[in-house]
Design a protein around this ligand. Structure first.
Ligand code: HEC
Ligand code: HEC
Length: 412
């Protein structure tokens, strides 16, 4: 394989490139045919839509991308980018994870790469979460046999596993096979009620207008509208984003999104000249996750969005979410299907409603002088976490809490 190809494959690892996803109507070949043409040289067919080493594992779209890219890097698999995208979609939809099965490990998908992990199982931490993240493992489900194959693959591919720290002081292979495999098969099983139920669920509506609220470190709070329209291809959407930061600076963006597994929202956008990605999970007319710079994924916003016309009325954010005791401030209440006059708790006074729509209410609020703490704010049936009254700045927090240095980059 040429170095350039290797580099291209490595660069795409972990990043789903949404923009050029082939249009369903134009795809001449079915996923099964692509598998038959590209994978069968090494994997054998084991009946209807069953292939050796492929069919008894479930993972996220990123997990499938990582595996197929690994086939390219390590085993010399030749595959076109379009075909690879088709397969990632096919596997994520048919051998994916239910939303609840990703809970607690979404930081890896959302590329919160300086997360400091901690796991209850010391054995797991030392055996499996010392070279790569534990989340990589937690975001997979396999049969006992497949967990076992994975252990053998590790030792076969990296024989030094046994000689490294936390390998040479114990019988690594014995522990991995006889203690880790049963633990993994039990805690991360191939068959689960959550996945069974998820596959029977009705599809979640995505097309429509969404109200979005977020906070980008260095820029502050923002809110906006995201218009999602359907395309010729199922599960692919175009997005138009308009909004503003708290200081009034406008935000404009456009892009494309794909929904994997019925809820894994991945989008590529151009936002004010910068390439950004969205990694969200869809749940009950709500999208939640992180939107980050493509080339600087350490910088990103926590985002929550709700669809207009959903059943519920909700407050997504108060911007700003704090007010100094004894002063007046303008607060934006961002939400969906908001109806009614804002209700403030004791200690806060509603001076004036400046303007009001279903998704945004601007209010002038006064905080009493001798008050402090978090004060709930409501609009109709929607409640929010609370507007915090403060008297002085108590501390300045620098985020992220942990810095991570990496070897590489800089052309090296
Ligand atoms: C040139 C040979 C070759 C081709 C072509 C190939 N694979 Fe593999 N595949 C392997 C080998 C060898 C293993 C076992 C070692 C490993 O996991 O890397 C494997 C393992 C796997 C696994 C299990 C990985 C795990 O984490 O346990 C999956 C899934 C997989 N391949 C999918 C595919 C798909 C999908 C294709 C076609 C798009 C494909 N492979 C094409 C050689 C190949
Ligand atoms: C010696 C370091 C090391 C240890 C220890 C280790 N891994 Fe890995 N693991 C790797 C490397 C390297 C890769 C593949 C390269 C890559 O893509 O990052 C990998 C890949 C994986 C994958 C992705 C495979 C796929 O294609 O889906 C999973 C899942 C995984 N490891 C689970 C485990 C489990 C479970 C354990 C404990 C039994 C473990 N790892 C211990 C180094 C390690």
């Amino acid at each position: 394989m040429k170095t350039t190809t290797l580099k291209a494959v490595a660069a795409s690892l972990g990043f789903l490139t949404v923009a050029a996803m082939p249009q369903g109507t134009m795809a001449a070949e079915s996923p099964e045919q692509i598998i038959g043409r590209t994978c069968i040289a090494c994997h054998s067919s084991e009946g209807d839509q069953q292939w050796s080493r492929i069919s008894k594992q479930r993972k996220t779209p990123e997990g499938w991308l990582m595996t197929i890219a690994r086939m390219q890097i390590m085993h010399g698999l030749q595959i076109e980018e379009d075909d690879r995208r088709t397969l990632v979609k096919y596997f994520a939809d048919n051998q994916g994870l239910a939303p609840s099965e990703t809970e607690g490990a979404r930081y890896a998908l959302e590329r919160r790469l300086n997360t400091s992990e901690s796991f209850e199982s010391q054995q797991f931490t030392e055996t499996c979460a010392r070279c790569h993240s534990g989340a990589r493992v937690k975001l997979q489900r396999r049969t006992s046999e497949e967990w076992e194959h994975l252990v053998h693959f590790h030792l076969g591919q990296w024989p030094t596993t046994e000689y490294q720290a936390m390998g040479r002081d114990r019988e690594w292979l014995n522990l991995a096979l006889n203690e880790m495999v049963p633990e993994l098969a039990e805690t991360l099983p191939w068959e689960s009620d959550a996945w069974e139920e998820w596959q029977q669920r009705p599809a979640i509506e995505v097309v429509g207008d969404w109200t979005m609220a977020g906070h980008l470190p260095g820029r502050g709070a923002f809110h906006g509208r995201m218009v999602v329209s359907g395309t010729d291809s199922k599960d692919q959407f175009s997005i138009n984003l308009t909004g503003e930061y708290a200081d009034g600076t406008p935000i404009r963006g456009e892009g494309k999104a794909i929904v994997y597994t019925g809820y894994e929202w991945r989008a590529n956008l151009e936002v004010d000249g910068d390439s950004m990605r969205q990694v969200f999970a869809l749940k009950d007319d709500q999208l939640q996750g992180r939107m980050f710079y493509r080339d600087h994924d350490e910088v990103g916003a926590d985002v929550v969005a709700a669809r207009d016309g959903g059943e519920e009325s909700r407050i997504l954010a108060l911007q700003p979410s704090y007010i100094k005791a004894g002063t007046e401030a303008d607060i934006a209440i961002v939400g969906a299907n908001l109806e009614g006059t804002p209700e403030l708790s004791e200690g806060l006074e509603l001076v004036e409603v400046l303007d009001q729509s279903d998704s945004l209410i601007r209010v002038r609020v006064k905080a009493e002088a001798d008050q402090s703490g978090s004060k709930p704010v409501g609009v109709g049936s929607a409640a929010s976490k609370g507007l915090v009254i403060y008297d002085k700045i108590a501390q300045v927090k620098v985020v992220p809490e942990f810095a991570v240095a990496r070897v590489g980059g800089n052309g090296g």
